[in-house]
Design a protein around this ligand. Sequence first.
Ligand SMILES: [Zn+2]
Length: 161
Amino acid sequence: MKENKFEFQYEVYEDISQLTERDAWLLKEAKTVTDQAYAPYSNFHVGAVAMLENGEVVAGTNQENASYPVGICAERVLLGTVATVHPKVPISSIAISYNSEEVKSDHPIFPCGMCRQALLEYETRLKKPIRLILGGMEGKVYIIKTASLLLPFAFTRNELI
Ligand SMILES: [Zn+2]
């Protein structure tokens, strides 16, 4: 028997002021777009904004529904929009932020499991890593160099073809 270990590195910043101008701008956009989330049930407003390799910027927000499972996360709204409006253009970075009337937005949040799977497939599909910039309305910011790090031992298209 042999034990293996999985670990990865990520960057931790004390707050948005430590980011590069470009990353800070993208995170601010993600904070701003949380206003467009439709989250009457959770009151948890998420914004995800992508910087594409061609310089275009695309935003997504979570969209809930009275039939709860119909709701969709900001990240997958974003990926679907990018794939439709800018097909074949890789995503360089995605900033994700959130705002809530009930909990403090003072730390980064991570994409849910389903979104991790979707992000991984987008990276695989366009053969480019997607950098994640994660931060709340205030507080620490994490930068992860490729979304696939969040989903080790992933099930991928390679199993099917
Ligand atoms: Zn999600």
